[in-house]
Design a binder for this molecule. Structure first.
Ligand code: ATP
Ligand code: MG
Length: 248
């Protein structure tokens, strides 16, 4: 479908196209398309751009990733469809492992996602070989499987567009969790250590840029980041946008 650049929703329509392509290529499931719809709605409410609060969360995420001993990027179908190149770039910049970890697990889909990531330059993608499967406690069977070389031993996990149950389980398992989630009220957003309330398509690029600029030698030890306060700024932004619209 041809979308004219001048279309007021051009960017969000391009993002939809990418997701639909990912669906046709076997990376994304139907449920993923629906989850994207929820995200789109919140993107509309925040004004479809990266807010000041989200810029601050991105800086904190860059600090945490660069200071990590064993960072892992957890990849699901939607992320693979929307940010294939960025996943590989970010992994290289911060020295992270990439692990495919699906809510609706299927080996065929895992392989399709891993191939898409490898085509974009990754040498190694974890989460496919059952020889290395381990279980995180507190979740029912299929959703708890992680790779013993990846999330299982990670200190920091980036889990964009993640489900609340899994985020809570990762926290209970002692991981530091960073997420991208357009809904500042979701359980994932509220549970993570750092929530970047931004469309992952914008946020991942900014996170890569920020990590590149931030030198490891200038990293602050024990930096403080108040996720709840930061999330409240996003909720306030939505409230103000709604108030403005209802006044007009
Ligand atoms: P939770 O389980 O955390 O309470 P949920 O059940 O509402 O949240 P899920 O489907 O489990 O939602 O997770 C998907 C999350 O990802 C949603 O909060 C949705 O807003 C968000 N999301 C979807 N697409 C994007 C995107 N492109 N960028 C950032 N966030 C997105
Ligand atoms: Mg959920």
């Amino acid at each position: 479908m041809h979308i004219p650049r001048s279309h007021p929703r051009a960017e969000s329509l391009y993002i939809r196209e990418r997701l639909v392509r990912g669906y046709k290529e076997g990376l994304v499931v139907e449920e993923g398309l629906l989850a994207h719809g929820r995200g789109e709605m919140f993107d509309y409410l925040i004004g479809e751009r990266t807010s000041k609060a989200s810029h601050e969360a991105i800086s904190a995420a860059a600090q945490m990733l660069l200071s990590a001993k064993h960072p892992v990027i957890s990849v699901n179908g939607n992320l693979a469809a929307l940010c294939t190149r960025e996943i590989v770039q970010l992994a290289k910049v911060v020295g992270a492992e990439i692990e495919v970890n699906l809510f609706y697990a299927s080996n065929k889909r895992k392989r399709a996602i891993a191939q898409a990531i490898k085509r974009n330059g990754a040498n190694k993608v974890l989460g496919l070989d059952s020889k290395f499967s381990q279980k995180i406690p507190g979740l029912e069977s299929a959703r708890r499987v992680v790779d013993e070389r990846g999330i299982f031993i990670a200190d920091v996990v980036l889990v964009p567009l993640e489900d609340g149950d899994r985020t809570i389980a990762l926290k209970k398992f002692g991981k530091k969790v960073i997420t991208f989630d357009l809904n500042p009220m979701s359980r994932t957003a509220q549970t993570a250590d750092i929530t970047i309330v931004d469309n992952v398509t914008r946020g991942m690029q900014l996170l890569i840029k920020t990590c590149k600029k931030m030198k490891r030698s200038t990293l602050r030890k024990n930096f403080k980041f108040h996720n709840k306060k930061n999330l409240n700024q996003s909720i306030l932004l939505i409230k103000n946008n709604l108030r403005r619209m209802s006044r007009a």
